[in-house]
Ligand binder design. Structure first.
Ligand code: SF4
Length: 477
C-alpha cells in the first residue's frame, strides 16, 4: 500500500512569492535534511529548499512541515494558509516556532517547540493516525547522542556540497544579538564517532559530492578538547576539504591551528563582525580582539585556509569615520570573503530588549529582520550612513581587481609559508572556492541587496519626515 507523503520545506523567501530571490548557496542548511533523517518510515519523505527552488502548491504531499527563521514567519503563515486550503496538514518548527509558538497558534495544524529529535517521530506518527496535537514540546537541551546522519540524498542537485552536519550545539559566549541567547542552552557535543559517521555516510551521493563537507556549528571550538579529538578523527577520513565555523579566540591555540590543516579544513567561517573595539563591546562580543585580527587571519592564510568573515554595520559605537576607514582596515586584516549584514535586534534577544526599552525600534515587520533592512534607529550614525556603508564596503571588497589581489596574497602566503603540504592539489580547489564565493556575493549585492536598499532609503526618508514607514513591500514597489 502507498504510504502518505510528507514534504519538508525549508523556507527562505522572506519577501514572499512575488519577490523571489534564489540564492544559489553552495550547501543546504542542515534542518531539512536532519528532519528527514528523523522521520519514521510510516511516510514517504521529500525535502524542498526554497533558497534554490520555488514551492509547488500542486505537489502530491499529504503533509507539509515548514522549517523557518524569524524573518520568514509571515511568509510561513501565508504558505500554511495556502496549503491548508488545499486540505493538507501543516506543521511549523524551527527557531521562531520554538520562541514564539503562541504567535503561530491557529495558523498551523501543529507547532513543534524545541529541538526536533525528542519529538518529531511522534509528530509524524500522529499525523498519519490523524490525531495531531496542536503543540508538541521537545525536552530542553537533550544530550546529542543517537542523532542519525542527515538525508544527503534528498538535497537538491544544485547544491555543490551535500554533506552537512553538526558536531556541537550552543556557544559558551553571550553576544547580545545572538539568537542562542534567547533561552540559552548549555553547550553540548556529539560523540566524535557519530560526526565522523555522518561525514562518511555518503554512499547515496555521486563520488565528487562525497569529498567536501560543512560542519555547521555555532562555535566548533566551544570545547577545545572535543574539537581537537574530532579534527584528529577527520584527518583519518578521505575528505578533500571541510568547512568549519568557530570563534577567533580558538586561533590562539597553535595545536588547534595545526589540526585544522591535518583535517584538511578548507574554509573557516569567523564572526569578525566589526573592526571597531567599542562596537564589539556594545554587543558583548568581548572575545574578539581587533588588535589580533591580522595575525589570526594571517595564520589561516599561511596554511591555505580560506576565511569567510561575518561583518556587521549599524552597531551602536559605529561612526561615519569608522565606515570611511573600514575598507582599508579590512584589506589589512585580509579575510578571503566577507558576509556583510545590517545589525538586527531579533525579538527575544538582549539586543532587542535594549532597543525596545530605548524606543529605538522603528520597523516591526518581521520580514525585514534578515540583515538587509534597518529596523531600528542607529545611535552614532544616520540611516543614510548605514546604507552607504552597507553598499560601499562590500562593493569595494568584491571589485574584481580587489578579489584578484586577495587571491594573489593568499597564494603567495600559502606557497611561501612552509605549510603548503598539499599545495598542488589545494591551489585549484582554493581558487575555485574563492572565485565562486566572490561571484556569489557580487550577484547577491546586485540582485537582493540593491533593490531592498532602494525601498529602505524611501522608508527612512518617510520616517525622518515624520510620516509612517512603508512596511509592506508591495506598497513601496
Ligand atoms: S560567539 Fe557567535 S554563536 Fe557564540 S554567542 Fe556570539 S554570535 Fe552567538
Amino acid at each position: 500500500m502507498d504510504r502518505p507523503k510528507l514534504q519538508i520545506i525549508v523556507l527562505f523567501q522572506n519577501l514572499g512569492d512575488e519577490h523571489p530571490y534564489f540564492a544559489r548557496n553552495p550547501a543546504p542548511p542542515l534542518s531539512g535534511l536532519l528532519l528527514a533523517a528523523l522521520t519514521p518510515p510510516v511516510v514517504e519523505v521529500e525535502v524542498l529548499h526554497e533558497m534554490v527552488r520555488p514551492i509547488d502548491y500542486g505537489c502530491d504531499a499529504d503533509f507539509i512541515a515548514l522549517s523557518f527563521m524569524d524573518y520568514c514567519a509571515p511568509h510561513a503563515i501565508e504558505v500554511a494558509r495556502r496549503f491548508r486550503r488545499l486540505g493538507k496538514k501543516v506543521v511549523a518548527g524551527g527557531r521562531y516556532a520554538s520562541t514564539f509558538p503562541e504567535a503561530l497558534a491557529g495558523h498551523f495544524d501543529s507547532v513543534v517547540v524545541g529541538e526536533a529529535e525528542g519529538v518529531w517521530p511522534r509528530v509524524v506518527r500522529d499525523l498519519v493516525a490523524n490525531r495531531l496535537a496542536p503543540r508538541y514540546d521537545a525536552p530542553f537541551a537533550p544530550a546529542l547522542d543517537d542523532i542519525p546522519p542527515p538525508r544527503y540524498d534528498l538535497a537538491e542537485p544544485s547544491f555543490a556540497i551535500a554533506v552537512v552536519t553538526e558536531a556541537t550545539r550552543g556557544c559558551p559566549f553571550r553576544c547580545s544579538y545572538c539568537q542562542l541567547n534567547i533561552r540559552p542552552a548549555p553547550f553540548r557535543k556529539r560523540p566524535v564517532a557519530d560526526v565522523v559517521r555522518d561525514l562518511t555516510a555518503t554512499s547515496a551521493l555521486p563520488y565528487h559530492k562525497r569529498k567536501m563537507a560543512m560542519i555547521y556549528d555555532n562555535n566548533f571550538g566551544g570545547d577545545m578538547r572535543h574539537a581537537k579529538d574530532l579534527l584528529r578523527a577527520i584527518a583519518k577520513t578521505d575528505l578533500w576539504g571541510v568547512g568549519l565555523q568557530f570563534t577567533l579566540g580558538c586561533l590562539d591555540d597553535p595545536e588547534f591551528v595545526d589540526l585544522l590543516v591535518d583535517a584538511r579544513c578548507t574554509m573557516a567561517f569567523l564572526g569578525l563582525e566589526s573592526l571597531n573595539e567599542a562596537s564589539l563591546t556594545s554587543v558583548r562580543k568581548h572575545h574578539n580582539l581587533v588588535r589580533k585580527y591580522r595575525e589570526q587571519f594571517g595564520m589561516l592564510k599561511d596554511r591555505g585556509i580560506l576565511t569567510f568573515a561575518g561583518f556587521m554595520v549599524a552597531l551602536d559605537e559605529d561612526t561615519p569615520a569608522y565606515y570611511r576607514e573600514a575598507p582599508a582596515k579590512l584589506e589589512a586584516v585580509d579575510p578571503s570573503a566577507i558576509l556583510t549584514s545590517i545589525a538586527i535586534p531579533i525579538p527575544g534577544t538582549p539586543l532587542h530588549t535594549e532597543a525596545v526599552a530605548a524606543g529605538r525600534v522603528v520597523d516591526t515587520d518581521l520580514r525585514h529582520y534578515e540583515g538587509d533592512h534597518l529596523v531600528f534607529q542607529p545611535r552614532g550614525v544616520s540611516a543614510a550612513d548605514v546604507f552607504d556603508a552597507y553598499q560601499r564596503i562590500p562593493a569595494a571588497f568584491y571589485a574584481w581587481p580587489a578579489v584578484f589581489r586577495r587571491w594573489w596574497r593568499l597564494m603567495r602566503a600559502y606557497w611561501t609559508s612552509g605549510h603548503g603540504r598539499h599545495r598542488l592539489l589545494r591551489t585549484p580547489l582554493l581558487t575555485a572556492i574563492l572565485w565562486q564565493l566572490s561571484r556569489f556575493q557580487r550577484v547577491h549585492a546586485r540582485r537582493k541587496v540593491a533593490p531592498v536598499l532602494v525601498l529602505e532609503r524611501a522608508k527612512w526618508r518617510r520616517l525622518e519626515a515624520g510620516r509612517r514607514p512603508v512596511d509592506r513591500v508591495a506598497e513601496a514597489v
